[in-house]
Design a protein around this ligand. Structure first.
Ligand SMILES: *[C@@H]1O[C@H](CO)[C@@H](O)[C@H](O)[C@H]1NC(C)=O
Ligand SMILES: *[C@@H]1O[C@H](CO)[C@@H](O)[C@H](O)[C@H]1NC(C)=O
Ligand SMILES: *[C@@H]1O[C@H](CO)[C@@H](O)[C@H](O)[C@H]1NC(C)=O
Ligand SMILES: *[C@@H]1O[C@H](CO)[C@@H](O)[C@H](O)[C@H]1NC(C)=O
Ligand SMILES: [Zn+2]
Length: 957
């Protein structure tokens, strides 16, 4: 991701945690692919003034797909607000402006300056129209004719071309990705969210293609010349230009609903229409649920024109999905479902992304954030309802609970980095800073803050507040103040809330979370003699550094061992000062804060309280009295406290020891990536690494037995997801039962291809098959990749191909990422990461591939930003000092060709060294703890201290 260019190394350190399993997080799919290397100067010229307001925009484009170009005419009806204007400025980044003309309100030409009627400035991506004389305020019409390229790399965004094969024949299509600032590459426009206007789009295309798609339905079709057809779409309501979209293709649509007043279409390349059904069923249900929740009908938003509800599967797509008005684009893998080939994780992904994009129709499209600095006004809500509205549409998916381990935990992880930015980020002033605000801050963190507000306010008043906000700002812009006002009103009107919190201002409370960077930890000290519970808040930093003073208004909910209550998530206290006390009941009872982790904060207890929690959790007859989401919070918090050195290692492993009995999906989900992070830090000390692996396998034994290797018809969603995550981990750690079961499934498949591997087991079964197999196994699976027609399944296969241990096969695999056009740009960098993840011993081969081909990789993986993703991905895997120095000297030998990527090389080296240092510091202690816990290994007593000294002198000379 592009963040690395803006944020310091610490971010990468924190991010490395998630990097272990990059595609597993269902959260944050839009930002995951967002990166940008273009540079605007930080300059006020970057923003347009509001002297000129577009009211209606007509865009006509004459599109030539084969030649990847278009001729366009754009005509604006504008209102000039300022009098005596001498220059009109708007955005453009097209190939060439041909002509510019202006008429006044009565149709008379307005004279432009001569010479120099207009100029363009590529730094600010603007067109400056110079008027001969100052003009009065009023209505004007501006017409611009221009030529533009259709981009051929999806990562250039804007209007871009992709391809697919139909019966072996290559077919082109072109579609758009305008958010946040690429509309200007397709036509000159006022390219900021605050400029909302109606748009009339028309497109001329070859008659050999199918009808085009845009935001609205086609109003008129005419043949303009033999072989050329023009389609004009209905006018949009008032929208921001980043929501405009069109697709020129031979894609086909299926309409799966019977109600003509509520059309719902899935659109894709021909040949995969049988994969449309699931997205359509869940999408219709989600639309209905959102209608009810918001009290504003989706199909009523057209302001008199018929609304469409189209969802398009795009083979090449730079983001995960995009909420264009009336026409959502998705990466194919996130929309098309094939029962035989799409696993449960990907199925949930489809449901939640559809929900995310549909929520944007209200939050983002109907009411738009006034500027990208407060993108959370769009994205936090989409990320919130992504889980909760899908939960209403299909409760069996258990998304209400998954929200916590997906969004809340990733928000806390992200916020633990020193580089985390606030939800209202005033640093958003130019293109790179706009891009980098499409971050966990605006998505998962904002969504987690909203969940905290909902639990504080209550579900009904929260919904009422959102309804006020939407109603009052429909077809316009929203600001944080608008949101605070709406929630205040709802809070004021709710009797329960007003009685419980007579002096609390919900707006002020929410604002503390919007303005502060990072998230807090609440440090708790329990005096069991007096019952007094002391609380102290501070920002949590993974580096363990002392944070600058910051205050949040933290809703505190809590319970204690004497009187368990995990039902009520309503806070009973707001911690608004640095420290405070609450009066509990005296007695020898543990205390626990943050019920069901409804608040966005970690909790650290005094040692004795931790000790009591640990023994309560270790007791199989009491463990499950503690809510599963609090067990998940505890393991996640403790693992982060280990990394930040905020808990003694003895106590930390004492708490974690209950995992030995734990069988719950959520608790394990909260543990896996952090345990993996610690294990990777020991990789350069083989004996400690082996010991830690044994320790993890010891924790896993029981849950592996509990789950079993075969899926049962009665399994719940979380049981299936648990089996997926546990078996994947167990097989990777070398669990013999997992490996032999996977091998047997693999061999049955190899023997007869009709014996498909169960869809939810494919990831680890394929991987084990290749890891334990040879070049023929690799070739066999590669053939599956070549013939698969389900994009999600192809990603599963692609990941597993990286598990081969055969060097020649691995080189074939890496080579394919440069040449095989079934591997889309967006999957090529993933493939590079999968090769690193596949096996520790893959690293030298992958590095050699990078050294030999880096210029080609840069080109064939989609450009500079994608290349940087590859470089950054190396950081988590460089655990051998020889490789680190080799990598660094490669960087310096090729500085000229690497350019600014050299600074990424430096960051990677720093991160790798920090990782080694962390491991060196922690290993002796951890080793002591797990050895004394594990009698069988007690014989190993290598003097590690000697190894550390040797390493340390090597590294820090
Ligand atoms: C754009 O405008 C700025 C400020 O006037 C000027 O410094 C810069 O040289 C211009 N850049 C181009 C490419 O015209
Ligand atoms: C955003 O934060 C800055 C200060 O950090 C403040 O001046 C500004 O008013 C805030 N904007 C909004 C919309 O909350
Ligand atoms: C593969 O299995 C199917 C179904 O069990 C069977 O019909 C087919 O004959 C088998 N093919 C081979 C080559 O054994
Ligand atoms: C580090 O890499 C070098 C070169 O590939 C190899 O000889 C050495 O054994 C590796 N060291 C460890 C501890 O794996
Ligand atoms: Zn979104």
């Amino acid at each position: 991701m592009g963040f690395n260019m803006l944020l310091p190394i610490l971010f990468i350190l924190a991010g490395a945690a998630a990097a272990a399993y990059p595609d597993d997080l269902r959260a944050d799919f839009e930002l995951a692919e967002f990166s940008d290397v273009s540079t605007n100067l930080d300059d006020p010229m970057y923003r347009l003034t509001d002297a000129v307001q577009p009211r209606t925009v007509n865009v006509h484009m004459d599109v030539y797909l084969e030649e990847a170009r278009l001729d366009g005419i754009v005509q604006f009806d504008v209102e000039v607000i300022q009098s005596d204007l001498t220059q009109i400025v708007l955005h453009q980044k097209v190939e060439r402006i041909r002509t510019v003309s202006i008429l006044d309100g009565s149709g008379r030409p307005v004279n432009l300056r001569f010479p120099g009627p207009y100029s363009t400035n590529d730094t600010f991506e603007i067109l400056l129209i110079n008027l001969a004389d100052p003009i009065p305020a009023g209505i004007y019409s501006i017409t611009i004719s221009y030529a533009a390229r259709i981009h051929v790399n999806q990562y250039d965004r804007g209007f871009y071309r992709g391809h697919y094969y139909l019966n072996g024949q290559k077919r082109y299509y072109a579609t758009t990705q305008f958010q946040p600032y690429y509309a200007r590459t397709a036509f000159p426009c006022f390219d900021e969210p605050q400029f909302k206007s109606t748009f009339v789009i028309s497109i001329t295309r070859d008659s050999s293609l199918q009808p085009s798609y845009s935001n609205m339905a086609i109003a008129e079709t005419i043949e303009t010349s033999p072989g050329r057809i023009r389609e004009t779409f209905h006018p949009t309501p008032t929208v921001s230009v980043y929501l405009i979209a069109f697709t020129v293709s031979d894609f086909i649509a299926t309409e799966l609903t019977s109600k003509s007043t509520r059309p719902f279409q899935i659109v894709s390349r021909p040949g995969v229409a049988d994969q449309h059904v699931y997205a359509s069923e869940i999408g219709v249900e989600i639309t209905n649920q959102l209608d009810d929740y918001f009290g504003i009908e989706y199909y009523g938003m057209g302001l008199g024109n018929p609304m469409k509800n189209d969802h398009l599967a795009i083979p090449d797509f730079p983001a995960g999905a995009m909420e264009n008005w009336g026409m959502v684009n998705y990466r194919e893998a996130y929309l098309l479902y094939d029962k035989a080939h799409t696993n449960l994780n990907n199925k949930i992904f489809i449901a939640t992304i559809v929900a995310h994009e549909l929520t944007h129709k209200w939050f983002g499209n109907l009411v738009t954030c006034f500027w990208w600095s407060n993108l959370w006004l769009n994205e936090s809500f989409a990320s919130f309802f992504e889980y909760f509205i899908t939960h209403m549409a299909d409760p069996t998916l258990e998304l209400e609970d998954q929200f916590v381990v997906d969004h809340v935990h990733s928000a806390l992880s992200w916020d633990s980095g020193a580089g985390a930015t606030p939800m209202n980020w005033t640093g958003v002033v130019n293109n790179p800073s706009i891009s980098s605000h499409f971050s966990t801050t605006s998505y998962a963190k904002g969504a987690s803050v909203l969940r905290m507000m909902e639990h504080f306010l209550g579900a009904r008043p929260f919904r009422q507040g959102l309804r006020y906000y939407l109603r009052e700002n429909a077809y316009g812009l929203g600001t944080p103040e608008d949101m605070y006002r709406a929630l205040r009103r709802a809070a004021y009107e709710d009797i329960t809330f007003s009685r419980m919190f007579p002096n609390q201002d919900i707006g002020e409370i929410l604002d503390s979370w919007v303005q502060n960077a990072g998230s807090p930890v609440v440090n708790v000290n329990v005096n069991m003699d007096t019952g007094v519970i002391s609380l102290k808040q501070e920002r949590f930093l993974i580096s363990g550094a002392t944070p600058a003073p910051q205050l949040w208004h933290i809703p505190i909910s809590w319970t204690h061992q004497g009187e368990l209550n995990f039902q009520s998530t309503r806070p009973s206290f707001i911690l608004s000062t640095e420290s405070a006390t609450i009066q509990g009941t005296p007695g020898h009872n543990w205390v626990l804060l943050n019920i069901a982790q409804s608040g966005l904060y970690r909790v650290n207890y005094d040692d004795h309280n931790w000790e009591m929690l640990a023994s309560y959790l270790r007791n199989p007859s009491t463990r499950t009295n503690i809510h599963k989401l609090n067990r998940a919070q505890i393991v996640n918090d403790v693992l982060f406290f280990i990394r930040a050195d905020k808990i003694s290692l003895e106590r930390a492993f004492d708490v974690l020891s209950f995992l030995e009995h734990e069988t719950d999906y959520y608790v394990w989900n909260a543990a896996i990536s952090q345990l993996g992070w610690i294990r990777n830090r020991f990789e350069h000390i083989p004996e400690a690494h082996q010991e830690f692996t044994e320790y993890m396998l010891g924790l896993l034994d029981n849950v592996v037995d509990h789950l079993g290797y075969e899926e049962r018809a009665s399994d719940s969603t979380s049981t299936i997801l648990n089996r997926m995550q546990i078996m994947n981990l167990a097989c990777n750690l070398g669990h013999s039962g997992c490996i032999s079961d996977s091998l047997s499934k693999w061999q049955q498949f190899r023997a007869n291809q009709t014996n498909l591997v169960p869809v939810n087991a494919r990831r680890y079964v394929y991987c084990v098959g290749l890891r334990e197999g040879n070049a023929q196994d690799y070739q066999f699976l590669f053939q599956q990749y070549q013939t698969s027609e389900n994009a999600a399944d192809m990603v599963v296969i692609l990941r597993a191909l990286g598990c081969t241990r055969d060097t020649e096969s691995l080189n074939h695999y890496l080579g394919q990422t440069l040449t095989n056009d079934r591997i889309r740009f967006h999957d090529r960098t993933n493939a590079f990461a999968y090769a690193l993840q596949g096996n520790t011993e893959n690293l030298p081969t992958v590095l050699q591939f990078l050294y030999n081909n880096f210029e080609k990789i840069r080109e064939e993986h989609g450009g500079e930003a994608r290349f940087l993703v590859n470089i950054n991905n190396v950081a988590g895997y460089l655990t051998n000092y020889t490789h680190i120095t080799e990598f660094q000297s490669w960087g310096y030998r090729h500085q000229a060709q690497l350019g600014s990527a050299l600074s990424n090389v430096d960051s990677v080296v720093n991160t790798a060294l920090n990782n080694l240092r962390w491991g060196n510091n922690v290993v002796p202690k951890v080793y002591g703890i797990i050895i004394s816990d594990n009698n069988s290994a007690a014989a190993v007593t290598t003097p590690f201290a000697i190894i550390f000294v040797a390493l340390a002198t090597l590294l820090f000379r």
